[in-house]
Design a protein around this ligand. Structure first.
Ligand code: ATP
Ligand code: MG
Ligand code: MG
Ligand code: MG
Length: 481
C-alpha cells in the first residue's frame, strides 16, 4: 500500500479511506494514542491503537523516537486539537528507539541542549518549522531572481584571489592519505601547491560575479561562504550562505531598490507559504517573552513584525547623517553608548546600528556613503563632501534584532581610480589583472550586494542565535558532524 504523507491528511474531510502512514513516534499515551510525525508537517497525526488486540511486546516498542508504519481507517477525531485520526488495523515497528538512551523526550528542550544534539534536533517541532521556513526562503530567492531574468551563477568555492578583505580565510591544502608525509617532528606535512599557488575557501563570490555581470547584465550567486571568524557571536558562522546579485548598468539607488524589493518579496513568500510554521514560532517566542521583565518585552509579535517590514519603506540615510543622530542621542537616560562615536570616520559598532534601527527609526535602515577608509577597495568613490572627506557608494541594510543583513555598493568602474586605490591599499594589482579586465574592456556602471542568508532566516523565524537556523553550524571549536 502506498504511503500517505501526514501533511495531506490533516485537513481532509475524505473519511473512511484506508491509509498507510510511516513516521516517528513523538508520544504514546495510555497504550492507545500515538502521536506520529513524518516530517511533512509540524503537526502530528494521532493514531489510535486497539491495545486489547495488540501484542504486548509490540506495544512496548512504541516508544518516543521509534519509526513505525501504521495502516488503518481515517476517521473524524472527537479529541481536542485535531480533526482527523487513524484507527490502526495494522502496525509495524520499522526501527526501535531505546527510551533510556534516546536524547529527545516528549517535553520542551532548551535550544542550548538541542544544539549539542544538532544531528537529532530536526525531529523537534521547532526545528521542523525553522527549516521549512529556511527552505521556503531559499526557494523564494531563486524565484525572485528567476522572474526578473537574472542568471544563477556558481562562483568557485576554492579561490586564488585573497584581496577582497572581507574577513579571515581558510587555506586549502592537500594530503595523500596512502602516504602521509610528515615533518621531522612527526606532524603532518600538508601541501598547499596543488594549484601552483596558495588558495583559500571563498569569502565572497563578488569579484567573480562582477565578471559574469559584465557579460550577462544581471546575475546572482547563492552559495556557501567561509570566514574564519574568530569570535563567538550569535550573528557569525565560519560557514554561511550568501546571496550575491551583481548588476550592470545599476547605480547605488537601483541597488537599494533591488535589495529592498528582494527582502520584501521573500518575507511575503514566507508569510504566504509558511503560515503554520510561523504561527508556531510566534507562539514559541511569546512564551519566551513572558519570561522577560515587562520593559524588555517586544511590543510586536513575530507576524506583526514581518508584516510591518513589508508595509513600510526602509529608512535611507547616509553615514554622515547617522553619525549626527548618534552624537546627539541619549540611548537611555543614564547610560551613554559603550563605544562613543566622537569622530566622523569611525566604523559603527553593533550597539549604534541597533540604536538607529530599534530605537530611533524603529524600522529597517539603509545606511549609505560610508567613509572610504573603512570600506573595501572596489566601492565607487564619491566626490569629496563639503569638508573634503572621502566617502564611497556603499550601502548596508540594518534590520531590527539582527543588525547588518546586507552589505553592498556601487562598484568603482573607472580603471584609474580603482588602480590608484588598490595601490594605496597595498592590493597586488598585477595578480588581479583578470578583475581589472572588466574595467579595461567595456567598463560600465554596476552594483551589487551580499545578503547573509542565515541572518535573513533569523529575522523571519524570530530566532536569536545563528546556530539555530543552519543545519550543521560551523563555529570556532565546533565541527563535530
Ligand atoms: P559583519 O559586519 O556582520 O561582520 P560583514 O560586513 O563582514 O558583516 P559582508 O562582507 O558585508 O559582511 O557580507 C555580506 C553579508 O553576509 C552581511 O551583511 C551578513 O548578512 C552576512 N555575513 C557576513 N559575515 C557572516 C558570517 N560570518 N556569518 C553569517 N553571515 C555573515
Ligand atoms: Mg565581518
Ligand atoms: Mg559589516
Ligand atoms: Mg558588510
Amino acid at each position: 500500500m502506498k504511503r500517505t504523507k501526514i501533511k495531506d491528511l490533516l485537513n481532509t474531510t475524505d473519511f473512511g479511506q484506508e491509509i498507510n502512514v510511516q513516521g516517528w513516534v513523538r508520544t504514546f499515551r495510555n497504550n492507545q494514542f500515538i502521536a506520529i510525525n513524518d516530517g511533512s508537517s509540524i503537526n502530528n497525526l494521532q493514531a489510535v491503537v486497539d491495545f486489547t488486540n495488540t501484542d504486548e511486546a509490540i506495544l512496548k516498542r512504541i516508544t518516543t523516537g521509534a519509526a513505525i508504519s501504521v495502516t488503518g481507517d481515517l476517521v473524524e477525531s472527537l479529541g481536542k486539537g485535531q480533526r482527523v485520526e487513524l484507527k490502526v488495523t495494522k502496525l509495524e515497528i520499522l526501527g526501535d528507539s531505546d527510551p533510556e538512551k534516546y536524547p529527545l523526550q516528549p517535553k520542551k528542550h532548551s535550544l542550548e541542549f538541542l544544539r549539542e544534539i544538532a544531528h537529532l534536533r530536526f525531529r523537534t517541532t521547532t526545528f521542523n518549522a525553522i527549516f521549512k521556513v529556511r527552505h521556503a526562503l531559499a526557494f523564494a530567492v531563486h524565484q525572485f531572481f528567476h522572474e526578473k531574468g537574472f542568471v544563477y551563477m556558481h562562483t568557485p568555492i576554492i579561490t586564488g584571489s585573497d584581496a577582497e578583505g572581507a574577513g579571515e580565510m581558510f587555506r586549502v591544502s592537500t594530503i595523500d592519505f596512502d602516504n602521509i608525509p610528515r615533518n621531522e617532528d612527526g606532524t603532518v606535512n600538508y601541501k598547499e601547491d596543488f594549484f601552483g599557488k596558495s588558495t583559500n575557501l571563498t569569502v565572497s563570490g563578488q569579484l567573480e560575479g562582477e565578471l559574469a555581470a559584465m557579460a550577462f547584465g544581471e546575475i546572482y550567486t547563492f552559495g556557501p561562504t567561509f570566514r574564519a571568524e574568530n569570535s563567538n557571536t550569535t550573528r557569525h558562522l565560519a560557514e554561511f550562505w550568501m546571496i550575491e546579485p551583481e548588476m550592470a548598468f545599476f547605480d547605488i539607488h537601483d541597488n537599494m531598490d533591488l535589495a529592498e524589493e528582494l527582502l520584501k518579496y521573500v518575507i511575503r513568500y514566507a508569510l504566504d507559504h509558511c503560515g503554520e510554521e510561523l504561527e508556531f514560532l510566534k507562539g514559541r517566542l511569546l512564551e519566551e517573552e513572558k519570561q522577560k521583565p515587562q520593559a524588555e518585552r517586544s511590543d510586536m509579535d513575530l507576524l506583526s513584525k514581518l508584516q510591518f517590514c513589508l508595509e513600510n519603506s526602509f529608512e535611507r540615510i547616509t553615514y554622515t547623517e547617522a553619525i549626527q543622530i548618534l552624537k546627539s542621542s541619549k540611548p537611555n537616560q543614564k547610560k551613554q553608548f559603550k563605544y562613543l562615536i566622537d569622530e566622523w570616520g569611525a566604523d559603527l559598532q553593533s550597539e549604534h546600528e541597533r540604536y538607529l534601527v530599534e530605537k530611533h527609526f524603529k524600522k529597517p535602515v539603509i545606511l549609505t556613503d560610508y567613509p572610504a577608509d573603512i570600506k573595501s577597495f572596489y566601492m565607487r568613490q564619491n566626490e569629496p563632501d563639503e569638508l573634503g572627506r572621502n566617502t564611497v557608494a556603499a550601502m548596508d541594510i540594518l534590520f531590527p534584532g539582527i543588525g547588518e543583513i546586507v552589505g553592498g555598493s556601487q562598484r568603482e568602474e573607472r580603471l584609474e581610480k580603482l588602480e590608484k586605490r588598490m595601490h594605496d591599499m597595498h592590493i597586488p594589482v598585477e595578480e588581479m589583472s583578470w578583475f581589472l579586465d572588466t574595467r579595461r574592456f567595456g567598463s560600465a556602471p554596476h552594483a551589487g550586494f551580499g545578503l547573509g542568508f542565515e541572518r535573513l532566516v533569523l529575522f523571519v523565524t524570530g530566532m536569536t542565535n545563528i546556530r539555530d537556523v543552519i543545519a550543521f553550524p560551523r563555529t570556532p571549536n565546533n565541527a563535530e558532524f
